[in-house]
Design a protein around this ligand. Structure first.
Ligand code: COA
Length: 166
């Protein structure tokens, strides 16, 4: 960490933080629901980890475990390049392993080249391309913008995964 690094600690989301988590998601994603691969999630109701600095939330990760697979449903920070995203992923990886999962995976969209870079540098590999999946998600969540990062039309879902072992 550099001298200017933000100091933060990670905590599992608590039951009494559900509303705060829902508000956080709504502010960043335009709605309290997330739709990916045809599945509707309410991240504010999922387990997760929050990065806290002072009395401020600096980042939030939510996840959903099903059988041997754990999906990272959301990951956001207001303070990029401070190690918060990396720390949240490490916490999710530990939680997934403890829950007996063998696979940690997530969906990002074709416009999110920064996330693609970020996840691949952290050990995730591309597992699938779901062409035009975002168009189908828009039928459930019309708030999903047509144009995303760098002016790129948002169309496809990219699935990334990491095999888990101790
Ligand atoms: C993608 C995202 C989650 C990454 O989180 P982040 O907190 O910025 O990630 P980190 O700080 O851990 O890592 C980012 C870079 O900062 C660097 N970094 C980490 N701590 C640092 C520090 N103290 N000083 C300088 N650089 C630092 C890391 O080395 C990393 O660079 P690298 O990939 O070249 O190694 C974040 O940018 C974000 O919220 N994006 C918007 C939402 C989004 O797209 N979410 C993913 C959707 S699936």
């Amino acid at each position: 960490m550099t001298a200017n690094s933000l100091s933060f600690t990670l905590h599992p989301l608590q039951a009494d933080q559900r509303q705060q988590a829902t508000d956080w998601i709504r502010r960043r994603w335009g709605s309290e629901i997330m739709v990916t691969h045809g599945q509707v999630y309410r991240p504010g109701e999922l387990p997760g980890f929050v990065a806290v600095g002072g009395d401020q939330w600096l980042g939030l990760l939510t996840y959903h475990s099903a059988g041997e697979a754990c999906e990272i449903v959301t990951l956001d920070t207001d303070h990029p390049n401070q190690g918060i995203g990396t720390a949240l992923i490490a916490a999710a990886r530990r939680a997934a392993l403890q829950a007996g999962c063998r696979r940690l995976w997530l969906i990002t969209t074709n416009d999110n080249t920064a996330a693609l870079r970020f996840y691949q540098r952290r050990g995730f590999a591309l597992a699938a391309l779901h062409r035009d999946a975002v168009s189908r998600s828009r039928q459930i969540k019309p708030e999903i913008p047509m144009i995303g990062n760098d002016g790129i039309p948002i169309r496809d879902e990219l699935e990334l995964e990491m095999a888990l072992s101790d």
